[in-house]
Ligand binder design. Structure first.
Ligand code: THU
Length: 140
């Protein structure tokens, strides 16, 4: 996977989202920055719930914000996460979020930046993190 454009900016924005995370149950804060093909960056954080299952991940918050504004084409997402809002290790996207990415992104082209900070990050394609994924083309 080639290095996506605006990677430093995406990491910076995802890290800043950690402050908005609402995670009173797990205390695991996640921030996301989603780069749309139109150049806009959509932000997201995880939002937990006392009933647990309504919890939404940072990545899906960002995707649903964008899609709800009519934006459906994306180049990359950056994800950071850590206990009490301090990222120490890579936090890859959960399976549900990978499936949501599959709905709107080209699996070979969409870049997933799993970051700890500006110096420490990995870049994967969606195809690498969701091989043989099921998507819209299967129903076409
Ligand atoms: N979480 C995310 O926001 N993104 C992921 O891809 C993995 C998990 C959140 C959900 C929950 O609020 C917390 O991290 C612990 O699972």
């Amino acid at each position: 996977m080639k290095k996506p454009e605006r990677i430093e900016e995406l990491i910076d924005i995802a890290v800043r989202q950690l402050d908005y995370s609402y995670a009173p149950y797990s205390h695991f804060h996640v921030g996301a920055a989603l780069l749309a093909k139109n150049g806009e960056i959509y932000t997201g954080c995880n939002i937990e719930n006392a009933a647990y299952t309504p919890t939404i991940c940072a990545e899906r918050t960002a995707f649903f914000k964008a899609v709800s504004e009519g934006v459906r084409e994306f180049d990359a997402i950056c994800i950071v996460g850590g206990q009490n809002g301090v990222p120490t290790d890579s936090a890859g996207p959960c399976g549900v979020c990978r499936q949501v990415m599959m709905e709107f992104c080209d699996p070979e082209e969409f870049a997933i930046i799993v970051a700890v900070n500006q110096e420490k990050y990995e870049v994967y394609s969606l195809a690498e993190l969701l091989p043989v994924g099921f998507g819209p083309s299967n129903l076409a």
